[in-house]
Design a protein. Structure first.
Length: 193
């Protein structure tokens, strides 16, 4: 489950990050647990831009402690003046949801956001790279301030035309090391343009 980014009232998937992590749950005393196999990290963030600043606006997170008798769910602390709510329904993946956080992120680096996933390029593993989307923007930040927003969709289309000539996954004949390396790469959001 990728993080999301709202830009001009449109929701995009975060498909690349260069410059380090954005939100680190442990810095807020949060110890996420795996929500499901689609979200091993136990949380999903939604970012946006407010007053030309990068903000974390929504956080969905699974919090709990593993005890002898199983997982004991926990209620999260207040963050930036916002208390989490527990979503209703027995199939909720996250037991703590923070909405309207407006938490400024002091991030310096670039973020790729994308929309229009090309379903024919689907491979079941990790996060999908930017070249598998029709619309891609690169957002550049300095200490949380917006420096530039670039449409890199054309560049991704050019990369896509090269990437589709290659195998999408290592294949059955690949050795353990190659498969392990590929799996690791699918969970990385690092990128180079």
């Amino acid at each position: 489950m990728p993080d999301q980014f709202v830009l001009s009232d449109h929701v995009y998937s975060v498909v690349g990050i260069k410059g380090g992590d954005l939100f680190r749950p442990r810095e807020f005393g949060l110890n996420p647990v795996t929500a499901c196999t689609a979200c091993w990290r136990g949380h999903v963030c939604q970012y946006g831009i407010e007053n030309d600043r990068l903000v974390l606006d929504k956080l969905q997170i699974a919090l709990g402690l593993f005890r002898e008798n199983g997982l004991q769910l926990q209620h999260g602390p207040e963050i930036n003046g916002v208390r989490p709510v527990a979503p209703g329904g027995k199939y909720a993946l996250f037991n703590n949801v923070y909405e309207g956080l407006s938490l400024e992120m002091e991030f310096t680096g670039e973020i790729l956001i994308a929309d229009g996933f090309i379903q024919e390029l689907y491979v079941h593993m990790g996060f999908h790279p930017a070249w598998k989307y029709r619309t891609v923007f690169e957002l550049i930040f300095d200490r949380g301030g917006v420096v530039e927003i670039r449409d890199v969709s054309k560049k991704m289309a050019e990369l896509r035309s090269e990437m589709i000539k290659r195998p999408m996954s290592p294949g059955l004949e690949a050795g353990d090391q190659r498969i392990e390396s590929w799996v690791k790469s699918t969970f990385s959001l690092d990128y180079n343009l």
